[in-house]
Design a protein around this ligand. Structure first.
Ligand code: HEC
Ligand code: HEC
Ligand code: HEC
Ligand code: HEC
Ligand code: HEC
Length: 414
């Protein structure tokens, strides 16, 4: 009896010791992980993840999931530039990039390290620009530069375009005119904060509100969230809905970006080609964030055996200078715009190219192509982007995206 209870006591003591020994480091690590986990679950109570909405909004979810918005803190270029930003002199304001790329940081500014860790992880479980990040916006203050959203995380109400939203068990719904107005988009798309010297902010869209399209009543949503008919929530009756793939560089909208009108004049030894680039976009093309965003017009003249006999290009974008007086690919360190060749809203740009008339051929081909240029920047940065991508150098960011192409065969008359 006594021996038994003694043994039991020893065993219990040993067991406690072993457990305690194991527990100390485990408990510490656990507490840390738990704290981060708690942070994230607190954030996700206020801003439910897209997967929560997917349950009832399958169609919207699938559309959004293919859009660039779903990858706003995943993309290799974002992660590499976030790093560059955090280690730059302007990097003290750690939340800056997240204010648009994962805007719920605005309500959780003390948890910014969690956002950074998540973005760096490459496969974040934290959302970037997802459902709640737009649908909990109650107001946009356009007197601020950049404009600021006001979130409603208290009332568990989801704001949207419908007056007559069908009731459901997950949330209250409220109609808000803001959802059919450009203002909603402007808080992230109008301008980005910039370093001193460049004025208060770096304007991305230009005089978009003076464009013909906007004056005729078009909002960002008209083109970038085109109207369609479908189920707004699973199993509900079909109605007018809004496409959530956010067509831009990806999608058919691109074909509506510009027209090329090309004329060729041969004067003996000399040929002159005039390309009229008509932008059909009611805002700058390209929008100028990130700083390397540019659109390129390539002219290619192919003579005998389709060999290129002349090639030239024009680049539409902005070139920035940093505080050391050097060109920079990062707008967060820009203090000056050295050159601005972006196509202004609905602008027509006329380009002329002159070259010696190809001699040893009866005809030649004229090819003019307008495309979004691949990413550019210092070699170490590009290597970093490549390393961050699961596709490496095959990542689409290293490829141009064609907008429009013009081709014609021209006879060389003798
Ligand atoms: C909370 C900030 C935020 C709001 C609000 C917002 N966007 Fe965006 N948008 C982004 C970010 C960030 C990206 C870039 C995502 C990426 O590629 O990493 C983006 C990308 C896009 C793209 C793709 C651009 C391309 O290069 O192809 C389109 C189109 C777009 N947004 C349209 C809209 C429209 C229309 C609205 C308003 C209904 C809107 N956005 C509201 C942050 C926002
Ligand atoms: C005011 C809002 C805003 C801020 C602040 C902002 N971005 Fe963006 N960012 C956007 C929008 C909107 C787009 C999409 C632009 C487009 O496609 O034309 C974008 C696109 C990008 C892209 C290209 C798309 C991609 O994901 O590869 C990168 C890279 C990027 N941002 C990096 C940053 C970094 C780094 C910071 C912080 C220094 C930052 N951004 C701050 C709004 C913002
Ligand atoms: C960049 C902001 C933005 C994001 C991100 C976003 N929405 Fe929307 N959503 C809007 C806007 C703006 C409208 C109204 C468009 C209109 O009527 O022209 C809308 C409309 C809707 C509608 C009603 C129309 C329809 O298409 O069914 C539902 C439901 C909806 N959103 C759910 C979601 C869900 C779920 C997600 C995430 C998977 C999501 N939204 C992501 C901005 C956004
Ligand atoms: C239990 C199912 C369910 C879940 C979960 C759910 N919704 Fe809904 N939601 C609905 C139904 C049903 C409607 C009404 C659709 C209609 O009227 O056609 C709706 C309508 C909406 C609308 C339109 C509101 C308006 O008045 O314009 C938006 C926006 C929306 N939901 C966003 C979300 C978001 C964001 C989430 C995730 C945080 C979410 N929903 C989660 C069922 C759900
Ligand atoms: C009349 C249609 C139309 C309206 C209105 C419109 N856009 Fe665009 N937008 C386009 C077209 C066309 C393109 C060029 C093709 C492409 O990349 O989608 C474009 C390109 C873009 C791009 C990505 C390409 C780039 O240059 O980086 C973004 C981001 C964008 N628009 C945002 C907006 C925002 C924000 C608004 C509202 C202030 C808006 N657009 C209003 C037609 C429109």
């Amino acid at each position: 009896m006594w021996r038994n209870s003694f043994l039991v006591k020893i065993r219990i003591a040993a067991a406690i010791a072993v457990v305690a020994l194991c527990l100390v480091p485990w408990f510490d690590r656990g507490a840390f992980a738990e704290e981060l986990g708690l942070s994230q679950s607190v954030i996700e109570q206020a801003f439910p993840t897209a997967s929560k909405c997917k349950r009832c909004h399958e169609r919207v979810f699938e559309e959004w999931d293919t859009s660039p918005l779903a990858r706003s803190i995943h993309s290799p270029a974002f992660r590499a530039s976030l790093d560059a930003f955090l280690s730059s002199p302007s990097g003290k304001d750690k939340a800056l990039c997240f204010r648009c790329h994962a805007p719920h940081v605005r309500e959780f500014s003390d948890r910014v390290q969690l956002f950074i860790n998540q973005a760096k992880a490459g496969d974040p479980s934290l959302d970037g620009v997802a459902c709640a990040q737009c649908h909990l916006i109650k107001q946009v203050d356009r007197t601020k530069q950049p404009p600021e959203p006001k979130y409603d995380i208290e009332s568990k109400t989801v704001y949207g375009p419908y007056k007559d939203s069908v009731q459901n068990r997950a949330h209250q719904s409220m109609e808000l005119g803001l959802f059919q107005k450009s203002d909603l988009c402007l808080n992230c798309h109008q301008s980005v904060p910039s370093a001193a010297g460049l004025g208060k902010t770096n304007d991305l869209l230009g005089n978009w509100d003076q464009s013909k399209a906007v004056k005729s009543g078009k909002e960002c949503q008209t083109c970038h969230m085109p109207e369609q008919v479908g189920e707004s929530a699973n199993g509900e009756k079909k109605r007018k809905t809004a496409n959530h793939t956010f067509p831009g560089r990806i999608g058919k909208l691109r074909q509506e970006a510009a027209k090329l009108d090309v004329t060729t004049k041969i004067e003996g030894e000399k040929t002159t080609i005039t390309v009229k680039v008509q932008s059909l976009v009611p805002h700058n093309l390209p929008t100028t964030h990130p700083a390397w965003a540019s659109v390129v017009l390539d002219l290619d003249i192919k003579g005998k055996n389709l060999k290129t006999v002349f090639a030239d290009k024009r680049i539409y974008g902005r070139i920035y200078q940093d505080a050391r007086g050097e060109k920079t690919s990062f707008d967060f360190e820009a203090v000056k715009v050295l050159e601005d060749t972006v196509l202004k809203p609905e602008e027509m740009r006329v380009e002329t190219f002159t070259f010696p008339t190809p001699q040893d051929t009866k005809t030649f081909d004229v090819e003019a192509t307008l495309s979004y240029a691949p990413i550019t920047g210092p070699a170490p940065f590009l290597q970093r982007v490549e390393a961050e991508s699961s596709k490496g150098s095959q990542d689409p960011i290293f490829q141009p995206i064609e907008i429009v192409k013009y081709a014609e065969n021209i006879a060389v008359s003798k």
